[in-house]
Design a protein around this ligand. Structure first.
Ligand SMILES: [Zn+2]
Length: 363
């Protein structure tokens, strides 16, 4: 029944949202337990309502979260459990290292303004959310043998949350947190320049917190340029529309900027239209630095293999390219150098490749 995986080797994933990677069973369980109404009461029906088969507009996509986030947000037990189950899910996909991201504020119901998902005020703060996710991830690491780190997201429409996000990155940096992200609607004009976000990213640079930014998924190349020049991002979430500005693209190629590509996501969100060449085809041609990622597998009804199948089947990706992009993902991970080298050695060994002579260095 199950299809052969397109790349049945150890993989690295750098762009996946914890709140977009929850098991439907867990949503139903906490909906029932907490008396929170859901749009369906079986896994199949729930997947029909919150899952996507056809491209939807951004508002249509975002509306999916409204259905199920109330069942999880504000519950200590649910938050820890989704983090733990996330690691189990990745182990099944042969992911050996993953960086998972989320907004602590969107899972809280206290000390967050406004309180998300129409929740009543409770006593779960963004700070405690991070502590709970860390516990779930660390228990998952121990039980499933996947190395996991986390990224805390600022939200474009809530710049007042961002200063706290960077403080949480600093506070929990020894407990899985490695970086800051900026997520949400990048078409909000000049939202990369909102003082809350700029200050948070400046503080990240000052205190050695790594940085990524969602940019150029649906937004113009200017959003990418602001992410690079103003927010000093080290990686780009998606980044497809960089290609509309050749000068910017060649500058980023020269800098070896990493693109976190999410192929199946880009189809369902309309970030990519199938009558055009996918940005990742160009990235491959140019031997750019990029990875393949799921983004929101709950909503896209996918696993990481979906993204590998799609690029293999429709874009002619080879085993060799899959190896190359995973090695690049490891090199562009936010691990400290020694742990990065360990991860790279693990990949070289699994792929049957000799480690490069000057270990860890690009030629
Ligand atoms: Zn994303």
């Amino acid at each position: 029944m199950t299809q052969m995986p397109a790349f049945d080797k150890p993989k690295v994933e750098l762009h996946v949202h914890l709140d977009g990677a929850i098991k439907p069973e867990t949503i139903l369980f906490y909906g029932r337990k907490r008396g929170i109404p859901l749009p369906a009461d079986t896994v199949e029906e729930l997947q029909k309502v919150i899952g996507m088969d056809q491209p939807l507009s951004l508002p249509g996509f975002l509306a999916k979260f409204d259905y199920y986030m109330p069942a999880i947000a504000g519950s200590r037990e649910a938050i820890k459990r989704i983090a733990y189950e996330f690691v189990e899910m990745k182990a099944k996909e042969k992911v050996v290292y993953v960086e998972v991201r989320y907004s602590p504020h969107l899972l809280a119901n206290s000390k967050v303004q406004p309180i998300p998902w129409n929740q009543a005020e409770g006593d779960l703060t963004p700070d405690e959310v991070v502590a709970l996710v860390n516990q779930g991830l660390q228990e998952g690491e121990r039980d499933f043998g996947v190395k996991v780190r986390s990224i805390l997201c600022c939200m474009r429409h809530q710049p007042t949350w961002s200063p706290e996000v960077v403080e949480l990155c600093k506070k929990y940096r020894q407990q899985t947190v490695v970086a800051i992200d900026l997520a949400g609607d990048e078409t909000i004009t000049d939202s990369s320049l909102f003082p809350g976000h700029v200050q948070a990213y400046e503080e990240a640079v000052r205190s050695g917190v790594h940085r990524t930014v969602h940019a150029g998924e649906v937004g113009k190349p200017e959003v990418v340029q602001q992410a690079v020049d103003v927010l000093k991002t080290e990686r780009l979430g998606h980044g497809y529309h960089t290609l509309e500005d050749e000068a910017l693209y060649s500058r980023l190629l020269q800098q070896n900027m990493h693109f976190e590509v999410c192929p199946w996501s880009s189809y369902l969100t309309g970030a990519w239209t199938p009558d055009t060449e996918h940005a990742v085809v160009r990235f491959k041609k140019d031997q750019a630095n990029y990875s393949l990622n799921t983004d929101d597998p709950l909503i896209f009804k996918s696993t990481l293999d979906t993204d590998y199948q799609m690029t293999k089947r429709d874009m002619g990706f080879t085993e060799e390219e899959f190896q190359r992009l995973n090695i690049n993902a490891a090199k562009s991970s936010f691990l400290p150098e020694d742990e990065k080298q360990e991860l790279l050695d693990q990949l070289y060994k699994a792929y049957g490749l000799p480690p490069p002579a000057s270990a860890g260095q690009d030629p």
